[in-house]
Write a protein of this length. Structure first.
Length: 272
């Protein structure tokens, strides 16, 4: 009689993810909200700007918009640390984003890559677009993030557990260590189209924005029902530090930036 199941040890990558999620659940009170916004005009404007030679993209657009919101609502730009004498609130003096994008590895496996964009609110959309493009297109062997992942995967499992324990302690207790490696907030660049998704949930140790699915749906536009491109835009906050009313106000302000392209891209250039 054949076995009805197969036993497999956690991969080293899953061990690292388990450590991250366990920390988020034990030390933070993650609350998630999902918002539906109309990005039809914004996507069309980006395409027209790109056709004129402007180096912009929707990922850079959302990075700029969320960075401005973090600067406008500093209540979101805080983090809880755990010291021996109890919890400690840290209020960051800069807005720096931990940006997440996906890549394909040498064996066609999916790899999540992150980069910290320091002072993201002070950079132009063009600058942010170039940073994201570099993370997505530069050979993996040249990316420090991939080199670190490869190094962790090559460690013996016992040694990896020790390294994760040390990292766990530093991330919980050392603000300087944290901001240099993880920034002050998170933004997912894993946007997909037409998946049919209607909601999502997340847990995190810092304020996290995660735009997910873009889909054509019936939507009220200018008082009439029309087919529009609607994005699901998620927000995860630490309820230990942030009350729900502040997250709602921040997302109301972000909605304006996401739906009105002139707020980020400026007036549209006229063709000659």
């Amino acid at each position: 009689m054949s076995e009805q199941f197969e036993k497999r040890a956690f991969s080293k990558n899953r061990l690292a993810i388990y450590d991250l999620l366990s920390r988020a659940k034990s030390d933070h009170a993650s609350v998630t909200g999902i918002f539906h916004w109309d990005v039809t005009d914004t996507l069309a404007r980006i395409e027209r700007d790109r056709a004129r030679g402007r180096e912009v993209g929707f990922a850079a657009y959302t990075l700029k918009a969320t960075s401005l919101i973090m600067a406008q609502f500093p209540v979101l730009n805080r983090r809880l640390f755990r010291r021996w004498y109890g919890p400690q609130e840290v209020r960051w003096n800069e807005v720096s984003c931990n940006m997440i994008v996906d890549r394909k590895g040498p064996k066609d496996e999916d790899i999540l890559m992150t980069t910290v964009v320091r002072n993201a609110d002070q950079k132009s959309v063009e600058e942010l677009h170039c940073l994201i493009r570099d993370l997505k297109q530069r050979p993996l062997s040249e990316l420090p993030q991939f080199k670190l992942q490869r190094k962790l995967r090559s460690m013996p499992r016992i040694l990896l557990r020790v390294v994760l324990k040390v990292m766990d302690y530093l991330v919980r207790t050392r603000p300087k260590f944290f901001i240099e490696r993880f920034g002050t907030f998170n933004l997912s660049g894993l946007i997909h189209r037409g998946s049919g998704g209607v909601a999502a949930s997340a847990i995190s140790t810092s304020t996290t924005f995660y735009p997910t699915n873009i889909e054509e749906r019936p939507h009220v536009h200018n008082g009439e029902i029309a087919i529009r491109k609607i994005i699901l835009f998620g927000l995860c906050i630490d309820h230990f530090l942030v009350d729900g009313i502040y997250s709602v106000r921040a997302m109301e302000a972000l909605k304006v930036l996401i739906e009105d392209p002139e707020t980020i891209l400026g007036p549209e250039a006229e063709d000659a």
